[in-house]
Design a protein around this ligand. Sequence first.
Ligand SMILES: [Fe+2]
Length: 381
Amino acid sequence: MTDDARGIDEAGLPSLHRLGPGDADIRFDGHRSCSLGSRSAAQEDPAMAGSLACTHPLAGASFGGRIEGPGNAAALVAAAEAAPEVLPRALAKAHGLLLLPAMGAMAEAPDLLLRLSRIFGPEVENYRTTGMAPNMVHPTVPEIFVVSNTPPADRQPPPLPDPPLTPEGRLPVQYPHRRGWHTDQSYRRPPPDVSLFLAVLPVPQGQGQTLFADGIAAHAALPDALKAQVAGLEGLHVGSSAGRRREAVAAGLPPRALAPRERPQRQPVVRIHPVTGEPALYLCEHGQMDWLEGPFVGMEPGPNGAGAAFLDTLVAHLTQPQFVYVHEWTPGDLVVWDNRCTVHAATWFDAAKEARVMWRTTVSGNPGLAYAGEARSWLAA
Ligand SMILES: [Fe+2]
């Protein structure tokens, strides 16, 4: 499937150079900044005369980009819709991570989040139709997954790492000190493309951060022997509710029968990005791998097998601080990440004192040729 309107091409060709008359420009000036001007938007609507600007990398990181828009969420969404290639191209250029600050107006106008999500792919998941617990779904916009520790969602944060800080007094980011690294819905085939995460009510900075790791840079930095070992290797992913988490299997808990829609799914350890053609490590750790039959196809299974040791090695490599960005949330921040080439992890916050409300949407439809024509595993009867 090709979606030319968004400059996305499953053939793996970099479609970043296929712009026609009236399309947006993206110009990187060699100083890691770019302007994303929209000639057509500027001509059609003086309110959008200001261009979208992108700076990269994100502060304190080696990847990611920061988008500055026309000043408010409604104008930014309109500008992005007028030049729908711009933000997906910026996302690809930034190795799959964008920050759009000052999008707080979306909390009062959730349709803006939905409209912006549609720019990143052909399909935005409707959580009412995919088995999500109703208390986690926005009451009027079912494409919004509500991540909150307040009712009715009541989702609690992960525990503090042990110890809470590194020996240098820093926030732990590297596995296994930091746990919870994953890419969204990797237990599905085809897996999703992009997630958008809006800070409606974040907790104070210094807690409740979200961590992101650059799977493209991490793959490129693999020693040759490991690069050869991961080529063609498949991971076995499964949802955390399937009873196949590492701890459960290590404790000898008997496996339960899985419905067809819950069954473990093979995923390439190295995904070829369908927009840029770049290879990226595609892995999760304890919670979304199958520790009964996996974590890797064709390697010794189980929590103490050769596959487990290899996963530990790879995830520790992927989450080294030089590949990681730590996002401290400000109200109204919108972060967009590409699940095909990044992994992320949530961090602890003081849920007894702080209320947190975040909205997520999930965009799919361009997983790459490896998934062409597949039925959706999570809807299997
Ligand atoms: Fe996630």
